[in-house]
Ligand binder design. Structure first.
Ligand code: FES
Ligand code: FES
Length: 222
């Protein structure tokens, strides 16, 4: 209680008495109370929780962790044992040593990992290897016939359709799929065909020229 002075009509409340004022003493009381609660409660409960957890049987985890698969890659049957979580890209690169497909974004955005599955370009980082069974997989390594490059590969060389080359296998495979489906593509068709393949070097105009030239050559130069 504050001491009453002459002229005062009513005593001023101490900070602890005023519900809208937090005194340092009140604050410290609240904090120490919470701290004590936090410190004491776990010590009471943890032994009981720990004992219950130790008494419980370990969880019975079900699921396939590895499996045997057969893949048709570049016309060859490849039998492998893979982990069920492995992507087609991981199996191509790490187990079959087909490193033309690149791991860049690993999330279906860049197209560096492009492979053909049944003739269609796919992001191999987004496909489980087990799901590729029974499909025809083509990588850039499977395009040439011996020493003879595929017409799209020849055109990329002739028109300088690359700089660093990191996106190039994916670009080539997307262009191969285009030319196979549409031997007379327009420039817009080419742009659409490689829309899922990013080139950080910005070589797009050369890639367009190469794809159009490859299509022309596949039509016998007409
Ligand atoms: S690594 Fe597959 S889309 Fe980029
Ligand atoms: S040539 Fe370098 S990313 Fe395309």
């Amino acid at each position: 209680m504050a001491r009453k002075k002459n002229g005062d009509t009513a005593p001023k409340p101490e900070p602890d008495d005023d519900p809208f004022v937090v005194s340092r003493r009140g604050f410290l009381k609240g904090v120490s109370g919470s701290a004590i609660t936090a410190a004491v409660v776990p010590q009471v409960l943890v032994p009981a929780i720990g004992a219950a957890a130790m008494a419980a049987a370990p969880p019975d985890v079900k699921g396939v962790t590895s499996l045997k698969i057969d893949l048709d890659v570049n016309g060859q049957k490849r039998s492998l044992e893979v982990e069920s979580r492995e992507t087609l890209l991981e199996v191509l690169r790490d187990r079959l040593d087909l490193t033309g497909a690149k791991l860049v974004c690993d999330r279906g955005e860049c197209g560096a990992c492009t492979a053909l599955v049944d003739g269609e370009p796919i992001y191999s980082c987004m496909m489980l290897a087990a799901d590729a069974q029974g499909r025809k997989i083509t990588t850039v390594e499977g395009l040439a016939q011996g020493d003879k490059l595929h017409p799209v590969q020849e055109a990329f060389l002739q028109y300088d359709g690359y700089q660093c080359g990191f996106c190039t296998p994916g670009q080539i495979l997307s262009c191969v799929a285009l030319v196979n489906h549409n031997p007379n593509p327009t420039l817009d068709d080419v742009k659409e065909a490689i829309a899922g393949n990013l080139c950080r070097c910005g070589t797009y105009t050369k890639i367009f020229e190469a794809a159009l030239a490859a299509a022309k050559s596949s039509r016998g130069g007409k």
